[in-house]
Design a protein around this ligand. Structure first.
Ligand code: UT7
Length: 355
């Protein structure tokens, strides 16, 4: 194990959302709901739905292709593919293996990671360890979901919330002071029942003996999850900022999991963030679980809200209950795809909280 850590960061990002749009007005024809209720309680006006020929892997592959192109990294140079998802194409093989094959990432290991809406940041935390320790050089991290496939379209308390999409990031070596500065990951399984898809797995014997019993849908205690979310976004962000030696005032951009604009606003207010610091696109995509943060990050960059040198906090929360946050210094710009070799990047001394 090296005594110094190689700084790791994001070399390129990409996202993909299916073309099919489901508006609040469309939902009015499906369940007893209305546009005004959905907007006032969630901020959501529309969401995307995977087409019949699409799946989590196909969304993930498209987002990953865009991230690879953005990074300038060859697929054969990817050492590891991690797909964070709660809606894999199948229980096995891993969706990550399908992505690895489709990309031609012939030298990569691959596995899925299940941490619900915290999954993308969990996956970046895991992937960055391999780079920091010198085990791997390039890790492709994808957050991809087809939540429409586990949505109960008769349940108005949940079906208005979710959408499908994918986002990806190519992680690799960066210069000292750039990239990931700190992470904060957590779990409180005492709240497991508050947000779940059960049976959905093999914790219970199948009563009819039919695998069809595994097809089930999201159940959520909305108000309890809401309270948890506001609290944990504030607490985790404070911890991760403190580990990076920063305050909320130092942040150029705050990109939380896009579940509900009221959660985002309440947490941002508690943190004392100003409006220009906070990014949200929940109104157009709804809650896309593991995909929401990379979908937002890509849009923030495309719209000029994320610039090289910016200090950025990302915060995820959701089923588990789980949470995950990170602070990074964004070093990617549209003109720096031809990044210099990592061996030229200065190393950072191993710090106390890294041990
Ligand atoms: O990524 C995972 C994390 N998940 C979340 O972050 C979700 C957290 N929770 C929330 O975002 C909110 O709790 C919801 C958006 C799910 C619900 O908002 P709320 O302000 O907590 O509403 P509520 O559950 O207290 O419901 C208020 C009323 C109820 O009617 P009554 O009992 O007051 O007559 C509901 O039946 O709104 C009713 N309602 C609806 N009305 C129209 C619930 N869903 C709908 C609907 N359309 N879709």
């Amino acid at each position: 194990m090296p005594a110094v850590l190689q700084p790791a960061g994001i070399l390129g990002v990409g996202s993909y959302a299916p073309e099919k749009v489901l508006t609040n007005q469309d939902l009015e024809a499906i369940v007893e709901t209305n546009h005004d209720w959905i907007v006032s309680r969630t901020g959501i006006t529309e969401r995307r739905l995977a087409g019949v020929d699409e799946s989590t892997s196909s969304l993930a592959i498209e987002a990953a292709r865009r991230a690879l192109a953005d990074s300038g990294v060859d697929p054969a140079a990817i050492d590891l593919v991690i797909v964070a998802t709660t809606t894999p194409d199948a229980l096995f093989p891993a969706t990550a293996s399908l992505v690895q094959h489709a990309l031609g990432a012939v030298n990569a290991a691959a596995f899925d990671l299940s941490a619900a809406c915290s999954g993308f940041i969990y996956a970046m935390a895991v992937g960055s360890q391999f780079i920091q320790t010198g085990v791997y050089r390039h890790v492709l991290v994808v957050g991809a979901e087809t939540l429409s496939r586990i949505t109960n379209w008769q349940d108005r308390t949940t079906c208005v919330l979710f959408g499908d999409g994918a986002g990806a990031a190519v992680l690799g070596p960066v210069g000292c002071g750039d990239g990931f500065l700190s992470f904060d990951l957590g779990s409180d399984g005492a709240g497991a029942d508050l947000l779940s898809v059960v049976p959905g797995g093999f914790g219970h014997e199948l009563t009819t003996g039919s695998p069809d019993e595994l097809r089930c849908s999201i159940k959520m205690a909305g108000q309890e999850v809401f309270k948890f979310a506001v609290k944990v976004v504030e607490e985790s962000t404070r911890r991760v900022l403190q580990r990076a030696g920063l305050t909320a005032d130092d942040l150029d951009l705050f990109v939380p999991h896009q579940a509900n604009v009221r959660i985002i606003d309440a947490a941002a207010k508690r943190l004392g963030l100003r409006e220009p610091q906070v990014f949200s696109n929940v109104h157009r995509y709804g809650n896309t679980s593991a995909a929401s943060i990379p979908l937002a990050l890509v849009e923030a960059r495309e719209t000029g809200r994320l610039r090289p040198g910016d200090r950025v906090a990302l915060v995820g929360f959701g089923a588990g209950l789980s949470w995950a946050s990170c602070v990074m210094r964004w070093s990617k710009s549209p003109t720096d795809t031809a990044r210099g070799p990592a061996s030229e990047a200065p190393f950072r001394e191993l710090e106390e909280h890294d041990r």
